[in-house]
Design a protein around this ligand. Sequence first.
Ligand SMILES: [Mg+2]
Length: 108
Amino acid sequence: MDLTIKRIQEYLKEKYEICKPEEMKNHERYFLKLIEEIGELAEVIRKNKRIENDNIKDSIEEEISDVLYYILMLANTYDIDVEEMFRKKEELNAKRYGHKISIDKKEK
Ligand SMILES: [Mg+2]
């Protein structure tokens, strides 16, 4: 099954409904966790620590995943559909910067 942003957001919602329903609208918690993970990402980038032998621990790959996790958790606390908002924002950017490419246009 391919993962989409939409599917990850649904999965996180289902997971927290079961495991931590009291935390589902805790904007501050997920914002602070996001900042923590960005700090961890800064450290592994500074040390150029990449994934080795399929072990993601303490790697740029792990921390990128953690940052995405908390961005999507934060979005979920506000019931934001990230795919929809990303599309709208790219449409705005295309007008603002005169880009000729559309996010929905697939290259053949
Ligand atoms: Mg981390």
